[in-house]
Design a protein. Sequence first.
Lengths: 114, 113
Amino acid sequence: NAGVTQTPKFQVLKTGQSMTLQCAQDMNHEYMSWYRQDPGMGLRLIHYSVGAGITDQGEVPNGYNVSRSTTEDFPLRLLSAAPSQTSVYFCASRGLAATDNEQFFGPGTRLTVL
Amino acid sequence: QQPVQSPQAVILREGEDAVINCSSSKALYSVHWYRQKHGEAPVFLMILLKGGEQKGHDKISASFNEKKQQSSLYLTASQLSYSGTYFCGTENFPKTGANNLFFGTGTRLTVIP
């Protein structure tokens, strides 16, 4: 099992450019989420999904879009990048059963917006 | 809904002990603890559930005080491998489906020889 994979690992954008951060998991987890990590701010939830076709906003959704067409994939889109979106982005997945306690994180994408 | 962690950072010598605290202004159902090494993804350590027992993992253990809405992570006889940033993640109600985890700002632990 590859677990949770993310691409790319690093990305530099100019202000106003758009891009998609890819996330995939092979554990058949219904729940997937995106976090951003900034110094001193911890991990903040951007968007999440409880299954294909179902997404919802987290704590800091502005400037980001998501979609979930399959159980495996959960891409995060930046429509018009801003310097404030410079951060490390983590995708995570977790099963929905009450005993599915562990949330698995991907390796992260380090994004710099100039 | 973000829990508060303290201290923000701590430096230990090998063999020393440390306590990391996590508190919430809202009633908690569970507290999750994760460790993140520099440049890597957070990794799950343990979960404490409301009404559950104190957990342990080698020389790392944790407690959960439901009334005070807080949890503490205890690292005893610290090793160099314990270095990293520790995060607590909280859930406010039982997991009946999709529960979002809200993470604290982290505690950076450095263990020196």
